[in-house]
Design a protein around this ligand. Structure first.
Ligand code: DX5
Ligand code: ZN
Length: 225
């Protein structure tokens, strides 16, 4: 299994966005994670497609993983793909037809992802797994960076990994987002996650590159077989 580290741009210095995106690229990160918030699905507002386009301009080959925390993500799939999203993730709790929206994402030729809040049961996402390239477990309540990791999500990660293991969904990528640092990332990897979003932890590093490498190697070393 491949282990990927995705710095979350939400934790960047917004006065230096272009340079911060270059910094993520220079650190050898596997992708850039972009958090889109509508102040309705979550209590916070972040940024829109223009920042995805800026990321494409700053670092054209850095994969752009776009996490839509929107009540109506179905209305914005095209805008974000047009701006340069390489993966579009929607919440299973969103107020739209999940099947149709995941299909629309795939029809645009980008990766599709389904996201769950910490309290959501995995039974909610199981009907859609054939339309997902990746599942994202929120390990904090979505809306803000810098919160503490919620350990109660760990058994759900393990349950989903064991559910897809051996079947034709063996290749499903399982991502975690919220409160991820070296220690919590390793715990998630031991429970079956293989993609790790980290905002505050990575952006506060003087040497983001060695933190990315250390996190990727540490997580791969405890892979749940
Ligand atoms: C939270 C966002 C996260 C956030 C993570 O709603 O989805 O991607 O940036 O930030 P940290 O790593 O600081 O918890
Ligand atoms: Zn996110």
């Amino acid at each position: 299994m491949k282990f990927h580290i995705l710095p979350s741009l939400l934790a960047a210095d917004f006065g230096e966005l272009f340079n911060e995106i270059k910094r993520v690229e220079s650190a050898g990160a596997d992708a850039l994670h972009l958090d889109i918030m509508d102040a309705h699905f979550v209590p916070n507002l972040s940024f829109g497609p223009d920042v995805v386009a800026l990321a494409k301009k700053a670092a054209p080959t850095l994969f752009r993983n776009v996490h839509l925390m929107l009540s109506r993500p179905d209305l914005y799939v095209d805008s974000f793909v047009d701006a340069g999203a390489d993966a579009v993730q929607i919440h299973v709790e969103a107020d739209c037809d999940i099947w149709q929206t995941l299909s629309a994402i795939r029809a645009r030729g980008v990766r599709s992802g389904l996201v769950m809040r910490p309290q959501t049961e995995i039974a909610m996402i199981k009907p859609y797994l054939s339309l997902c390239d990746e599942v994202l477990f929120m390990t904090v309540n979505p809306g803000y960076g810098g919160q503490s990791f919620m350990t109660e999500v760990l058994p759900k990660i393990a349950a989903l990994r064991d559910y897809v293991k051996g079947g034709n969904r063996n290749a499903l990528d399982i991502m975690v987002d919220g409160g991820i640092n070296f220690e919590t990332g390793v715990q998630c990897a031991a429970h079956g996650a293989n993609m790790f979003v980290a905002g505050s932890f990575l952006f506060k590093q003087d040497d983001m590159g060695s933190a990315v490498m250390q996190m990727r190697d540490g997580c791969a070393a405890v892979e749940r077989k």
